[in-house]
Design a protein around this ligand. Structure first.
Ligand code: PMP
Length: 305
């Protein structure tokens, strides 16, 4: 990583990747004081396009507002800085990580004595759960770690510290030989993966956990709901019990990193046909047709750099 030739946007200026450093005594290092986004850009025959840029920037600002972090740039400036990061680095399809954090100042739990810094980095990144997983499905397990209750960590904020909880679930999943974890909420209902939302297919209907203060309001979740409804599927957001996962016809993850990843087994129970099911494949294809510009971008989801 040291020798990456990419430049990082840091507080309004581009610096070399190796020089994009902060103090060890920054607030974020000690208390996890960051909010961030994960965004993808896709290269297609029309150029390089950032996917749902405006919605990601909005969520970044919403996350910051929850934690009283005043971002010293406007949403338009951050959106432009993201596009500029791809131009400066001549990147094609890539993953983009804007992060807002409390930097170096007074070290104590009170964050107000520390500046709000902003960085944007981007790099090439393939399928999050592997190419093979995209085609054949991944194996997942329900974690013994739950999502925090709504009056503990606000999950509409995509903040760094939330991912300590996600990491416990991910580590446990890997220890148990799974590709990824699915977490239950504080009441024991299905919530989401360590970095993905989840959908079930039951007959000709799609189900996803309602926004119940335990899951992230995923932008890919929204895309897939829009695409599915357009294809004629009914999509229902509701409370989902764990055992419905086992008997669903199909289950799949959605996320910026994971895109649309089919799930072939859960807790060692085969799901449906034991590989990517027809509805998952249809939605996956429809998703990639948009980002790869094989069809018209009728929802206006692509911002070309
Ligand atoms: N849940 C969690 C916990 C996540 O980290 C992510 C990835 N950002 C998602 C869901 C999916 O959200 P999105 O589709 O906006 O990437």
């Amino acid at each position: 990583w040291d020798d990456k030739e990419t430049k990082v946007w840091l507080d309004g200026k581009f610096v070399e990747w190796k020089d994009a450093n902060i103090s060890l005594l920054s607030h974020v290092v000690h208390y996890g004081t960051s909010v961030f986004e994960g965004i993808r850009a896709y290269s297609n025959e029309n150029g390089v396009a950032v996917y749902r840029l405006e919605e990601h920037v909005q969520r970044l600002f919403d996350s910051a507002k929850i934690y009283k972090m005043d971002i010293p740039f406007t949403q338009e400036e951050i959106a432009e800085a993201i596009l500029e990061t791809l131009r400066v680095n001549d990147l094609g399809g890539c993953y983009i990580r804007p992060i807002v954090f409390r930097g170096y100042g007074e070290l104590g739990v009170n964050p107000l004595g520390c500046p709000v810094n902003v960085a944007i980095a981007a790099w090439e990144w393939g399928s999050y759960l592997g190419e093979e997983g995209m085609a054949n499905g991944v194996d997942i397990g329900v974690s013994s770690w739950r999502k925090p209750a709504p009056d503990t960590f606000p999950t509409l904020a995509k903040c760094g510290a939330n991912y300590m909880n996600s990491q416990l679930a991910k580590l446990e999943a890997l220890d148990n030989g799974f590709d990824e974890a699915i977490m239950l909420d504080y009441e024991g209902h299905v919530s989401e993966g360590s970095g993905e939302n989840i959908f079930l297919v039951e007959g000709d209907k799609l189900y996803t956990p309602a926004m119940s203060s335990s899951n992230l309001k995923g932008i890919t979740r929204d895309s897939v709901m829009t695409i599915a409804r357009d294809l004629g599927y009914e999509v229902i957001e509701e409370t989902i019990s764990r055992e419905r996962l086992y008997i669903a016809d199909e289950v799949f993850f959605t996320g910026t990193a994971a895109e649309v990843t089919p799930i072939r087994s859960i807790d060692h129970r085969t799901i449906g046909i034991g590989r990517r099911g027809p509805v998952s494949e249809k939605l996956q294809t429809a998703f990639f047709d948009i980002v790869e510009a094989k069809v018209e971008d009728k929802y206006g989801w692509l911002t070309y750099i």
